[in-house]
Design a protein around this ligand. Structure first.
Ligand code: CTP
Ligand code: CA
Length: 225
């Protein structure tokens, strides 16, 4: 991070960041979840606060310590995350979706523990698609000057898939992480490429998630002016 001497170049701005991974309950003892630790989103919150922003961090199931000077809203499911981000976004200058959102949720929540059935090889579970929060936020901006940022983890053809995803989501910037074995999840370091809808490509070399966060804020600020 740029530390205490950071320029206050986000002063007067409100930024909303989602972090962590959503969990979709199946029954009282089980959920569908993912491995996101929340580290990238928390690094974004810390760096934005250090640069003078008012920060709302919508944290899904993260155990990381709450950054000082940041409003933290805790959520569990994708639906809760959508409601919290939507509310916070109404007066936001930038919305950054760093959370790993479950693509599907159980169609129904079972109030009692789901049981196996004799002779049934198929799981007694039906999944439904969750809303695409990033696409919704991008599309429903009241304020056309609001900057919307997504993240994507890709295993193959990161740039090609990233470019297509940026267009599909309608966001301004997309941070594309190439994931593989030890890369990105639960790590303090990552390597990425940031795609701008104007065609600009900004490679971010392997390094701390805070450095990636600061590079992203530089690009967001460039878009403000
Ligand atoms: N995202 C979202 N709502 C969802 C799914 C994803 O807001 N229901 C956001 C993520 O927070 C991330 C971006 O969309 O910023 C890209 O997520 P990703 O999982 O890569 O995109 P998907 O559209 O779900 O595509 P895929 O089929 O590759 O998983
Ligand atoms: Ca997905």
């Amino acid at each position: 991070s740029r530390g205490p001497g950071a320029p206050a170049d986000l002063a007067g701005r409100h930024v909303v960041i989602s972090a962590g991974g959503t969990r979709e309950p199946l029954d009282p003892v089980r959920f569908l979840g993912n491995r996101s630790s929340g580290r990238q989103g928390y690094a974004l919150a810390r760096t934005a606060a250090a640069r003078g922003a008012r920060v709302t961090l919508v944290a899904a199931n993260s155990e990381l310590p709450e950054p000082a000077g940041v409003d933290v809203l805790r959520v569990g499911t994708a639906t809760q995350l959508r409601d919290a981000v939507r509310d916070a976004a109404t007066d936001a200058d930038a919305v950054v979706m760093a959370a790993a959102v479950a693509d599907f949720r159980p169609a129904e929540y079972a109030s009692g523990k789901i049981k196996k059935r004799e002779g049934e090889e198929q799981a007694p579970i039906t999944l439904r698609k969750n809303p695409d929060i990033l696409a919704e936020i991008s599309e429903n901006r009241d304020n056309s000057r609001q900057i919307v940022v997504g993240f994507a983890a890709e295993t193959d053809d990161a740039l090609v898939n990233g470019r297509a995803k940026l267009a599909r989501k309608g966001c301004d910037l997309l941070v594309v992480n190439e994931v593989g074995e030890h890369k990105t999840f639960g790590s303090d370091e990552s390597e990425a490429v940031i795609l701008d809808s104007d065609g600009t490509v900004t490679p971010v070399p392997f390094g701390p998630k805070e450095a990636l966060a600061d590079t992203l804020w530089d690009l967001v600020i460039r878009r403000f002016s």
